[in-house]
Design a protein. Structure first.
Ligand code: NDP
Ligand code: 2IT
Length: 443
């Protein structure tokens, strides 16, 4: 494989998709050896095929706001790869998204889903719609319009979307209601559904809990655990909140959390009930935290979460939020490991730096795979038309995260004993998908 030539060609063919190029570059760097050791990958043009989505669906989403004015947004669904199962992956509603964002997310999802050990292909989608500041009725009208086009492309055996940034239980409910109304079938077309109408226990908690389970495995490998550890978390959404919850259950202390406007630092340990009230119930801003917790501090610079002395760093907000300057501060403060709760939150330069420093670095496609894993378990429960108990789902999630951890170690262990989890995750995911593609012929 001539990596440089290939990447230059890709950049030429897909201009302005920097995040996608970043995700592809990381995978190519990791798999270069295995690729070159197995000529069948080159013969089957696996790299050329795996970086190109099966299809990209783009559509208009018109809706009416509360003042009676018509609004128009762009909708996307990228069905990336179905070699090991139906397309599966979240929907993101955020004003900054572009096709490059969804291509990077869809590409990552293909390998992540392979790592879960469950039969799911990869997809991603969403819209530049901004749910912030919108009324419930506006969000409902938007979701209904979005699904009025999307329904023809998805289905329980075809493509099963779920939540991501800006899409949680409320949005999944509105999307599901509209799908059911159009097709007149109650079926598992989405995951993250309500517990009383087809959802799985622990789905809401799964990404954060899974992130902490794999972190726990890493710490065990290094002769320690979470008890008394200081943990820095960015974000205060679904992933961040349930990562914080599990850290606290396991005896760790969460010192910081953030949103897109700023961060809070609470040396006494974050009051998670207060965060849930502000973010989940009132849909407010994180700076409101200090109105009740007088000893905590607020900073308008959300990068300050990485300036706090911590043992473990869990970036759980968005892509490229932890740069090399922040990584250097973390390392100089004695941080043992970074695990990505968000998708690609650590910049490429920062990943290289952390690996070079031999600090733990668990990439998102391994570390945050618990969310989609429990989505896979929700699909299983829907197929069987039954619901497992919270314990049954949590035990399965724990087991899946252990398997992912072991796969990273198997493929990422260097001769000196250091485990490169980035390489391990990419090689394990790649081998599964690439071999399935070869088995299924030239399609
Ligand atoms: P939420 O919408 O629940 O929360 C997102 C959080 O990140 C909020 O605190 C938000 O702040 C912050 N944020 C969003 N965009 C930006 C930005 N451009 N700059 C700074 N902060 C930002 O999303 P999730 O918690 O579900 O998702 C967080 C990350 O985890 C994403 O990378 C997502 O892809 C990934 N992920 C999610 C999974 C899931 O199951 N939900 C599964 C696996 C990965 P604010 O409120 O100010 O916007
Ligand atoms: O990035 C992700 O893995 C998700 N947003 C969850 C996808 C899913 O289908 O549950």
């Amino acid at each position: 494989m001539d990596k440089t030539k290939f990447l230059n060609q890709l950049k030429k063919q897909t201009p302005n998709e920097d995040e996608f190029h970043q995700a592809v570059t990381e995978v190519l760097e990791s798999i270069e050896d295995v690729y070159n050791d197995n000529p069948k990958f080159e013969t089957n043009k696996i790299i050329e095929r795996i970086v190109m989505p099966d299809r990209i669906i783009m559509f208009r989403v018109p809706w009416m706001d509360d003042t009676g004015e018509i609004q128009v947004n762009q909708g996307y669904r990228i069905e990336f790869n179905s070699a090991i199962g139906p397309y599966k992956g979240g929907l993101r509603f955020h004003p900054d998204v572009s096709i490059g964002t969804f291509k990077f997310l869809g590409f990552e999802q293909v390998f992540k889903n392979a790592l879960t050990t469950l039969p799911m292909g990869g997809g991603k989608g969403g819209s530049n719609f901004d749910p912030k500041g919108k009324s419930d009725n506006e969000v409902m009208r938007f979701c209904q319009s979005f699904m009025t086009e999307l329904y023809r492309h998805v289905g329980p055996e075809t493509d099963v979307p779920a939540g991501d940034i800006g899409v949680g239980g409320r949005e999944i409910g509105f999307l599901f209601g509209q799908y059911k109304r159009i097709v007149n079938r109650f079926e598992g077309v989405l995951t993250g559904k309500g517990i009383n109408w087809g959802g799985s226990w622990i789905r809401k908690e799964a990404t954060g809990y899974g992130l902490v389970y794999i972190t726990q495995h890493w710490l065990t490998e290094h002769g320690t655990d979470l008890k008394g550890k200081r943990v820095a978390i960015s974000g205060s959404g679904n992933v961040a909140i349930y990562a914080a919850e599990k850290v606290m259950q396991l005896g760790g202390k969460v010192i910081t959390m953030s949103d897109s406007n700023g961060c809070i630092i609470d040396e006494e340990g974050i009051d998670l009930n207060l965060i849930k009230l502000i973010k989940e119930i009132e849909r407010g801003r994180i700076r409101e935290y200090i109105e009740t917790r007088y000893n905590a501090q607020y900073s308008k610079d959300r990068n300050d979460v990485w300036k706090v002395k911590c043992d473990v760093a869990l970036p759980c907000a968005t892509q490229n939020e932890l740069d090399v300057e922040s990584a250097k501060i973390l390392v100089s403060n004695g941080c043992l490991m970074v695990a990505e709760g968000a998708n690609m939150p650590v910049t490429a330069e920062a990943v290289h730096y952390l690996l070079h420093q031999k600090v733990g670095m668990i990439p998102g496609k391994a570390a945050n795979a618990g969310g989609v894993a429990v989505s896979g378990l929700e699909m299983t429960q829907n197929s069987m038309k039954l619901q497992w108990t919270p314990k049954e789902v949590d035990d399965r999630l724990y087991h899946i995260m252990s398997e992912i951890h072991d796969a990273c170690v198997k493929y990422g262990k260097r001769e000196d004993g250091y485990v490169d989890y980035v390489k391990g995750a990419n090689v394990a995911g790649f081998l599964k998908v690439a071999n399935a593609m070869i088995d299924q012929g030239l399609i």
